[in-house]
Design a protein around this ligand. Structure first.
Ligand SMILES: Nc1ncnc2c1ncn2[C@@H]1O[C@H](COP(=O)(O)OP(=O)(O)OP(=O)(O)O)[C@@H](O)[C@H]1O
Ligand SMILES: [Mg+2]
Length: 292
């Protein structure tokens, strides 16, 4: 494990998950492998996903990445375009004309009306071939954040390609799922039936939350307050930070208080945070309790 890389990324308290990433990258350096990092909103999926990319680069991987946004699920080939956009043009030059045209169309560099028609199979074949060309030269990491919002055409292409990869390719995905729900079904399958591992991210420990809050807010809280933050947030780093910020702002107004629920912290967060909090509140029962 390239621990220096991970520590410099500000990653705390994730030994189990880091071990899974370490094993995944070791495996992907030799053969096609997959890892899905799953968990509830704000639990730390993207943080680990980014750290894994740093680690992969340090190991000599080529990394192609796509961060899928909630609004992109209706844009055809949005994620595939992000992945292909990072590719060395010399690799694309190796593709047959029809496939190169397909890539140019996905990247909106060629008109969709001139020349022969491009259907989804050509895009999928072009994507598979491009990835395999890279993997001949060096291991390749395909990193996709938030696959629950993948547009359907990208999902079809990635599913097609993943089943056909035979070289040194790692597919690393994050998937948001319900805090109380089980593992969601996946479209991601490799040629090897046992090729895709899943790691479910659990809560941060009290010590982890303490370190996170100290690093981000530049201050620490008394142990009873930390225990309460850990209880209310359920060890979720995003919510713990929101709660800590709310208390911090309360202290600045000389009225230190700990919101009894995530909804209390919610009132002081920005609009994006509020939306995410509501999503989580729908899936988590939070004990009331007193402030303090
Ligand atoms: N292990 C960690 N070390 C340091 N900071 C962390 C860790 N895990 C999460 N965080 C912090 O917690 C916040 C939420 O993390 P992150 O964005 O990775 O969650 P997520 O699971 O990707 O959420 P979402 O489902 O909304 O995309 C971020 O501010 C992040 O920096
Ligand atoms: Mg995320």
């Amino acid at each position: 494990m390239q621990l220096g890389v991970l520590v410099s990324a500000g990653l705390l308290s994730r030994q189990v998950e880091l071990r899974a990433i370490h094993e995944f990258l070791q495996s992907a350096a030799e053969r096609t492998s997959g890892l899905v990092i799953e968990g509830e909103a704000g639990i730390g999926k993207t943080t680990l996903w980014l750290a894994a990319q740093d680690d992969a680069r340090a190991r000599g991987f080529e990394v192609l990445s796509a961060r899928v946004g909630e609004t992109e699920s209706v844009l055809a080939y949005a994620a595939v375009a992000d992945l292909l956009g990072d590719l060395d043009p010399a690799i694309l030059a190796k593709l047959p004309d029809l496939q190169r045209l397909a890539v140019d169309r996905v990247l909106l560099r060629a008109s969709s009306t001139e020349g022969p028609e491009t259907d989804q199979r050509v895009v999928a074949a072009a994507f598979t071939a491009a990835v395999e060309h890279v993997a001949v030269e060096k291991p390749l990491l395909l990193a996709i954040d938030n696959v629950q919002w993948l547009d359907t055409s990208s999902q079809t292409v990635l599913a097609f390609a993943a089943r056909r990869f035979s070289g040194r390719v790692g597919v690393l995905a994050t998937e948001r799922c319900d805090p109380d729900g089980g593992t969601s079904p996946t479209w991601l399958h490799l040629a090897r039936p046992d090729g895709v591992e899943r790691v479910r991210i659990g809560p941060l420990s009290l010590g982890g939350l303490h370190a996170l809050i100290s690093a981000r807010l530049g201050r620490s809280f008394a142990r009873p307050t930390m225990v309460r933050i850990a209880e209310i947030s359920g060890g979720n780093p995003f919510y713990a930070l929101e709660l800590a910020r709310a208390i911090h702002m309360g202290s600045a107004r000389a009225q230190p208080s700990l919101p009894g629920t995530l909804a209390g912290a919610d009132a002081s967060s920005n609009r994006q945070s509020r939306r995410a909090s509501r999503r989580c509140l729908a899936g988590r029962r939070v004990g009331g309790g007193s402030n303090g």
